[in-house]
Write a protein that binds this ligand. Structure first.
Ligand code: SF4
Length: 247
C-alpha cells in the first residue's frame, strides 16, 4: 500500500514570503508609515476564505459609525500605533501564513495602504481588503481581493457614495451585506437585483448581524425567495465569542 501523502496544514507552506535586499525606491516606500490598530493571526471568519488561517492587519480610523460595529476600538486613527510598512510586513511574515487581510476601521482612509497592499502582493501573499465601500476602491491593486461591505439601512450608514464601487466591480470581488432585520433584507435583495451582483462578482454574502437577527430567520427568507446568495456566519464569533478582541 502506498504511503499517504503528507498533509499541508497551513497555506504558508505553499508560498513562503519573498526575502531579499531593497532597492532605493522600495526602501522609500517601506519607510512610509500607517496608523495600525492591531496585527494578529486567526481563523478567517468570513468570505470565500472562511476557515483558513489568516493574518489580519487592522488599520486605525473609521469615518463611519455603524450601529452594530464590533470594532469601535479601531474608530480613532490617533489610537493606533505608527508603523513603517517595513515593520508591518515583518510582523506579518513572523506568522508564516500566506493569507493576509487588510481591514479596519476603514483601511482606504490611509493612502499608504496602497503601497502596503502592493508590497504584500509582490511578496507572494494572497491579500484581501475589507472596505465599507464608502471610499472609492478603484485604485486597489488588481491582485487584491476586494471585500465590499455594503452598509444596509440598519447600520445607520447606508447613505453616501457606496454606489461608485457597485458600478465598477471586478470578477474577484466579494460583496457582503450585514442584515439586521426584514427591511435590511429587502433592501439588500433589491441591490443584488438592481446591480446584477450575482453575475458580476465571485460571491455575494448575506449575514445576520450577530445578536440582532437570528441566522435561522435570515436563512428562511433566502430560501423562500430562492435567492442564490451565500449565507455567511462569522466563524470567529462562534469559536471565541462575539466580544473577544484580536481573534
Ligand atoms: S465601517 Fe466597520 S469599523 Fe467602521 S463603524 Fe462600520 S463596522 Fe465599524
Amino acid at each position: 500500500m502506498a504511503a499517504p501523502s503528507p498533509l499541508v496544514t497551513d497555506t504558508s507552506l505553499a508560498t513562503p514570503p519573498r526575502t531579499g535586499t531593497e532597492s532605493g525606491a522600495e526602501d522609500g516606500v517601506l519607510s512610509r508609515t500607517l496608523q495600525v490598530c492591531e496585527i494578529f493571526r486567526s481563523i478567517q471568519g468570513e468570505g470565500l476564505d472562511a476557515g483558513l488561517p489568516c493574518v489580519f492587519v487592522r488599520l486605525a480610523g473609521c469615518n463611519l459609525r455603524c450601529t452594530y460595529c464590533d470594532t469601535p476600538y479601531a474608530w480613532e486613527r490617533d489610537d493606533g500605533r505608527e508603523m513603517p510598512v517595513r515593520d508591518i510586513i515583518a510582523e506579518v511574515a513572523s506568522y508564516a501564513t500566506n493569507l493576509v487581510e487588510v481591514t479596519g476601521g476603514e483601511p482606504l482612509l490611509q493612502p499608504t495602504v496602497y503601497p502596503l497592499m502592493r508590497a504584500l502582493v509582490d511578496r507572494g501573499y494572497r491579500v484581501l481588503l475589507e472596505t465599507s465601500g464608502h471610499e472609492n476602491a478603484g485604485n486597489v491593486p488588481d491582485e487584491v481581493v476586494r471585500i465590499i461591505d455594503v452598509k444596509t439601512p440598519g447600520s445607520g450608514m447606508s447613505h453616501g457614495s457606496y454606489a461608485v464601487n457597485l458600478k465598477s466591480l471586478r470578477p474577484t470581488d466579494q460583496i457582503k451585506f450585514v442584515i439586521t432585520g426584514r427591511a435590511d433584507y429587502d433592501w439588500a435583495k433589491q441591490h443584488v437585483l438592481e446591480y446584477d451582483l450575482l453575475g458580476r462578482v465571485a460571491a455575494v454574502f448575506f449575514g445576520s448581524a450577530h445578536g440582532i437577527l437570528s441566522p435561522r430567520e435570515l436563512a428562511g427568507w433566502i430560501l423562500a425567495d430562492r435567492l442564490a446568495v451565500r449565507m455567511h456566519l462569522q466563524v470567529h464569533k462562534y469559536i471565541w465569542g462575539p466580544d473577544t478582541r484580536g481573534v
